[in-house]
Design a protein around this ligand. Structure first.
Ligand code: PRP
Length: 210
């Protein structure tokens, strides 16, 4: 597993605002979008290119285009908050939703939606989920994509806990992980501390219902 943490002042600035409990959903969504744009910029740094020749208004130009098929895999619900900025950078990407929620008593991921078609997997899959806590959801998503036959799987998460990172190290050998921060750890309910609360609830304004 290859871990990349984005150390960047703009990331620190926005992430602090995201952690602030008084940040309302509208602003929270906008910040998730900004941080996702930075994550995807990093996560696409080594995508393969092939030659593409075009003619500029002045002359012939020997250029390039992305050569691999890319699948974006938002984990429902919270990953939906990350899809738009990634699609605006990669407008021809395929989007494959995975529905996973974490059982509140066992902290185990439960799959409720997965419709990956048999055969013809994408070359590169980017799993989008703002939070990596115990790592259960990410491990399940990784194995699902590997079973589909995806050669390169990347995970883009805004915040993470060391427990989840360790688990990915053990169980997902060839996974590439991009995060904005690795927090202190998990509390007794397996919530990331200091964290930002429940990203799904804060994105979709459903915090008051637990
Ligand atoms: C959260 C989060 C991840 C998962 C992380 O989802 O968005 O999917 O928990 O936890 P893990 O690393 O311990 O598996 P949640 O269950 O809150 O669902 P939601 O996105 O529908 O709110």
């Amino acid at each position: 597993m290859n871990l990349q943490v984005i150390e960047h002042p703009v990331v620190r600035h926005h992430l602090t605002q995201l952690r602030d409990r008084s940040t309302p959903p509208e602003q929270f969504r906008a910040i998730v979008g900004r941080l996702t744009s930075l994550l995807v910029f990093r996560a696409t740094e080594h995508l393969a290119l092939r030659d593409r020749n075009v003619t500029t208004p002045l002359t012939a130009f020997h250029g390039h285009e992305l050569s691999q098929s890319i699948g974006l895999v938002p984990i429902l619900r919270a990953g939906l908050g990350m899809i738009d900025p990634v699609l605006s950078l990669l407008p021809t990407a395929e989007v494959w939703h995975l529905g996973l929620y974490r059982d509140e008593t066992t902290s185990q991921p439960v799959e409720y939606y997965s419709k990956l078609p048999p055969g013809r997997p994408v070359d590169v899959a980017m799993v989008l989920d703002p939070m990596l806590a115990t790592g259960g959801s990410a491990v399940l998503a990784y194995h699902t994509l590997k079973r589909w036959g995806v050669p390169h799987v990347k995970l883009l998460s805004i915040i993470s806990a060391p427990e989840g990172i360790d688990r990915l190290r053990q169980e997902c050998p060839d996974l590439e992980v991009h995060v904005c921060a690795v927090d202190q750890g998990l509390n007794e309910r397996n919530f990331i501390v200091p964290g930002l609360g429940d990203a799904g609830d804060r994105i979709f304004n459903t915090s008051g219902h637990h």
